[in-house]
Design a protein. Sequence first.
Length: 209
Amino acid sequence: VTEAVLKQLAGNRLVPVVVIDDAKQADTLATALVAGGLPVAEVTFRTAAAADAIRAIAARGDVLVGAGTVLTPAQVDEAVAAGAAYVVSPGTNRAVVERAQEHGVLALPGAVTATEVQAALELGLTTVKFFPAGTSGGARAISALAAPFTGVRFVPTGGVGTGNLGEYLALESVAAVGGSWMVPRALINEGNGEGVRELVAEAVALATS
Ligand code: 3PG
């Protein structure tokens, strides 16, 4: 199951990182993502609306929805109960990863150093989030880490945008790239689905060019 989710994430190349303040906007957001050609969402547990938004998006069945900014095992439980297909964390925490694995859900924790990558490997993971990508050495750092860790794949996130997306996606070791630039919080709050759709479509065009 987790392999299939990883494959889908890699196939889509992009992971929109969502901060949503009102779960009532979840449906408009999901419709915009699908219309823009990117049926994927990482809904972060930075707002109280996260679990309800995940629930609303998961119920549609047309978006690969996961939870982001998952810091505790309790949040893993909450995310999985809401229908999250994967759980993303800024760093690697054993308890969080193990709870996700108990649920049979993909864990995508952050790792930006060789020591952190080894910790993730020890937990049985082969793909990690590379966060925050921009301030952790960017594409050059990923290339350097990929040399010893031949089987490991990275999902750089943090400081990625239309200007540097290509640098990351050009790397064989990059499974997908995450970011919030195509799902601005303000547009989601306004219920501006067309604005989101346009940004999503632009990102998809860049990612597949
Ligand atoms: C995340 O949690 O993955 C980041 O906040 C996304 O980073 P960005 O806003 O720089 O894209």
